[in-house]
Design a protein around this ligand. Structure first.
Ligand code: ATP
Ligand code: MG
Length: 568
């Protein structure tokens, strides 16, 4: 491709709403443009990257025995009603009506459509296992679309669905997809980890996320420093420690004035005591019923765990009036001592809570020297919080380390959740009707592009892994007014193309400086500078995006580049 023909409008300024590197760089380098909140145009550079990702995905899915289909994006309400998700999915599901008043939605995912399709045509055990996938735009009306294409409302997803005759078969399908995902993200040139994950709204029992490691990732992950355990903090279970026997009780409870000091941070600063010595009391409303959840001051509630524990559909923080009704005090002063009429559940980390600070259920007052067991007794202990670095591993004697990630893929074991609800059955070898056993497997194709940039960039621009790069080599004639330079650059460009290499020729009449800048911004893994001075010696300068320059004889440069690319 010639730069003069390439539609890649670069920006000098970083767009105001772009907070993370991928959003900034993809906008600046002319890969994407925003049409509306969370809805983006993919320009030629982006489309080239998406195509490379999709090609890898297709090759590995096909190799794993899956078959590509293309399903409608507009989906009738009836199939969502039959799965029970029309009510459950909530406002992320964009609902619409046709001219006759029939209800539809834009597909956020395709379990309903695929189950409906398979159930009509697949009747016999002989047709199973079956794994169908597609690469297609999804729409989710995300409450906070942000970070550019990282969390869009419209985005490109590869979704696959496996159908098996029994659980063992479905587990084998899951394992095959798990292995394919490992190959896909490795081939994309990404540092990633599969981690145990929550099964979320789709529901199921076995689930892994594939996380691309990046400081800016939205997801917090923990992994054991000793065994192979790795999980999203939403999922990572924590075990109940040992209750210490015969711990001496601390001094008697004392009330202290803490005027206007509400948060743990404020009170801890005010009293000069560390947050680890606090008992945080959260009043939550789980399906209309209030609970007091106790956590160590420096820990965060894991709402997913709390919801599961309480068997609740919805869990919300109590509002001011509800807190007042339960504790008798304004928000910020709740505590377990003397708290009645509400079930108190304490996180495992509080099992040995002694000499703690808590709210006094009285405005502007806290209690100090509070001992669990002596001053209050929770109804029960439970695993309520997010795991953090330093926590003991739930599987071995090791310690958890923390890191951040971008979720690029997700595999779920679904079981018969959809096939039973929607009547997707088959006749087994003995003629008995059975529900098919399903798995579903997503890859955020457009998010992979953003994640790759988050992981591979520097202050000058993007540093694409070779497999995803829109161009593998940028050829820069440094003096566009010199015939020998232009001729050598054109010749090299033609030779690279003939060798099957994706090359970009910067044939613009620009200064060398701005050609270097744009090449770094766009981020091809290799750059070749063709200059008058070098040509006199018969050499051009090759520079890996993040490596050192090397002078290479012009007549050897294609072979040199091929070898360099092969090593990337
Ligand atoms: P998240 O927790 O990030 O919202 P999810 O669990 O809702 O993701 P899935 O339903 O598992 O996501 O969808 C499969 C894949 O689609 C995800 O692993 C992710 O890579 C991608 N994806 C999901 N939501 C978005 C989005 N809003 N924008 C871009 N990609 C997305
Ligand atoms: Mg989501």
């Amino acid at each position: 491709m010639r730069m003069t023909r390439l539609h890649a409008p670069t920006l000098k300024e970083i767009p105001k709403d772009a907070e993370v590197p991928s959003h900034q760089l993809l906008m600046r380098a002319g890969f994407i443009r925003k049409l509306s909140a969370g809805i983006y145009d993919y320009l030629p550079l982006a489309q080239r990257v998406l195509k490379k990702i999709s090609d890898i995905v297709r090759e590995e899915m096909d190799a794993a025995g899956a078959q590509e289909v293309l399903l409608p994006m507009v989906q009738p309400a009836e199939i969502w009603q039959s799965s029970g998700r029309w009510q459950k999915y909530g406002p992320e599901l964009l609902r619409l009506k046709d001219r006759k008043g029939n209800e539809f939605c834009l597909g956020p995912t395709h379990e309903e459509v695929i189950v409906d399709m398979v159930k009509r045509d697949v009747r016999s055990w002989r047709a199973l296992p079956l794994n169908l996938y597609q690469i297609q735009a999804k729409f989710r009306d995300e409450i906070r679309p942000r970070f550019g294409i990282m969390r869009g409302r419209e985005f490109l997803m590869k979704d696959a669905y496996s159908f098996d005759a029994d659980e063992a078969g479905a587990n084998a399908s899951y394992d095959a997809m798990f292995a394919a995902y490992n190959r896909i993200f490795a081939r994309c040139g990404l540092a990633f980890r599969p981690v145990e994950a929550d099964t979320g709204a789709i529901g199921g029992s076995r689930s892994h996320e594939f996380q691309v490691l990046a400081e800016t990732g939205e997801d917090a992950i923990v992994s054991c420093d000793t065994c192979g355990f790795a999980a999203n903090v939403e999922q990572a279970e924590l075990l109940k420690g040992e209750a210490l026997e015969g711990e001496p009780a601390s001094a008697p409870v004392e009330a202290v004035a803490t005027p206007e000091q509400r948060t743990i941070e404020e009170v801890s600063g005010f009293l000069g005591r560390p947050a680890t010595g606090f008992i945080k009391t959260l009043i939550v409303i789980a399906d209309d019923k209030p609970y007091a959840l106790l956590l160590r001051g420096d820990h965060e509630l894991n709402e997913i765990k709390a919801k599961k524990l309480l068997g609740a559909e919805a869990l919300m923080m109590a509002d001011e009036a509800q807190v007042k009704a339960v504790t008798g005090a304004p928000v910020g002063f709740a505590g377990p001592v003397g708290l009645e009429g509400v079930e108190i559940i304490a996180d495992y980390a509080l099992i040995n809570a002694r000499g703690c600070v808590t709210g006094a259920n009285l405005a502007d007052t806290h209690l100090i020297n509070v001992d669990l067991g002596r001053d209050f007794e929770p109804r029960r202990f439970a695993d309520l919080r997010m795991a953090v670095a330093g926590d003991p591993c739930p599987r071995c004697e090791g310690k958890l380390e923390g890191f951040r990630g971008v979720e690029v893929g997700h595999v779920f074991f679904l079981g018969t959740r959809y096939t039973e609800a929607m009547g997707c059955t088959f006749l087994d070898e003995r003629g008995r009707e059975q529900p098919m056993v399903m798995g579903c497997y997503g890859i955020g194709v457009s998010r992979v592009m953003a994640a790759a940039v988050e992981q591979h960039h520097d202050e000058h621009g993007i540093c694409w892994p070779r497999a995803l790069a829109p161009f593998e080599v940028a050829v820069l004639p440094l003096q566009s007014n010199k015939a020998d330079v232009v001729e050598a650059a054109e010749g090299l460009y033609a030779a690279l193309k003939a060798a099957g290499i994706d090359a970009l020729l910067d044939d613009r009449d620009e200064r060398a400086g701005s050609k270097f800048k744009d090449a770094e911004l766009i981020g091809a893994p290799l750059r070749v500078a063709v200059g008058g001075r070098g040509l006199k010696e018969g050499v051009v300068e090759v520079k890996p995006r993040r490596g050192d320059k090397v002078d290479v004889p012009l007549d050897e440069v294609v072979a040199y580049i091929q070898a360099q690319l092969a090593a990337l």
